[in-house]
Ligand binder design. Structure first.
Ligand SMILES: [Zn+2]
Length: 284
């Protein structure tokens, strides 16, 4: 009972939710143990069994593990992408077609690589990380991760722990890469982890981060598209990763954004002058 009492709000009797949770977790643990294969990544199992709500299946345990290790997922996904390398003939391009909401929707039950893809798999904004293997001409097909291009094994794992020698033909992405992708396209959702990584200090001023602090790309994404887009693909992904992210206090972020907007406007003005030609300057 001592453990249960600790969970109740201070000074109050343990809530009715505690016995419910204990019963639920006992059932979830039993279900998990029953469906667990002989070989399973130990850190994932340890993580699962220590959750306030134990995930009841190996697949959910893997997803929970990466969700709680977002920065590790980011590093792993980029390392896997580096192992694949840039496909022959690929360059970073943006879609020019109709916006995503008017494109043909995938059939219900179709996988992410169908429904989430823009026309031919090209993103419409340079804010999206380039993903060659999501583009139709470079797709590697089932069993390979559409984000990093490496083989996918059981439970969306990235290594063949089971010695099957062949990827899982029903899988189209790694659990780690899906987590990393979500992080890349919405890093502000993970401000807590990023703040912790900086010891709760503003990356620009060194002052204590306020509650209103914001996530910023050190090198802004418009400049990656404008100036760096010829870099090899796995290297490009680094600009969406933790190395190019910083948490800064809001006032500092506002100043940086204003300076960037001014810089972009002057590039656009220069591009509009007769004889000038910067094809990327007007892009957004
Ligand atoms: Zn992957």
């Amino acid at each position: 009972m001592a453990a249960a009492a600790e969970d109740g709000p201070a000074g109050k009797a343990p809530s009715a939710a505690v016995p419910w949770r204990e019963a639920r977790n006992a059932a979830a643990r039993a279900r998990l143990e029953k469906s667990l294969p002989a070989v399973f990544p130990l850190p994932v199992l340890r993580h699962a069994l220590s959750r306030p709500l134990v995930p009841p299946t190996p697949r959910l345990a893997v997803e929970s593990y990466w969700r709680h290790h977002i920065l590790r997922a980011d590093r792993l996904a980029r390392a896997l992408a580096a192992a694949s390398g840039q496909p022959e003939g690929w360059t970073w391009r943006l879609g020019m077609g109709s916006p995503p909401d008017t494109r043909r929707r995938g059939k219900a039950g179709e996988d992410l690589s169908e429904t989430a893809l823009a026309e031919k798999g090209l993103a419409f904004s340079f804010r999206m990380p380039p993903a060659p293997f999501r583009e139709a001409p470079y797709a590697l097909g089932k069993g390979h991760c559409c984000i990093c291009g490496q083989p996918v094994y059981r439970f969306g794992w990235h290594r063949d722990l089971w010695g099957t020698g062949a990827p899982n033909r029903n899988a189209a992405w790694h659990a780690a890469c899906v987590t990393a992708w979500k992080f890349w396209i919405a890093p502000a959702d993970h401000v807590k982890e990023l703040k912790r990584r900086q010891g709760h200090r503003c990356a620009q001023s060194g002052k204590r981060l306020l509650r209103t602090a914001e996530v910023d790309h050190r090198v802004p994404l418009y400049r990656i598209w404008r100036e760096e887009r010829a870099r090899p693909w796995p290297e490009l992904l680094g600009y969406w990763g933790v190395g190019n992210l910083q948490v800064v206090n809001r006032a500092i972020h506002a100043d940086k954004c204003a300076a960037e907007a001014g810089e972009r406007a002057s590039v656009r003005r220069r591009a509009a002058e007769p004889g000038a030609g910067d094809p990327a300057a007007g892009t957004e």
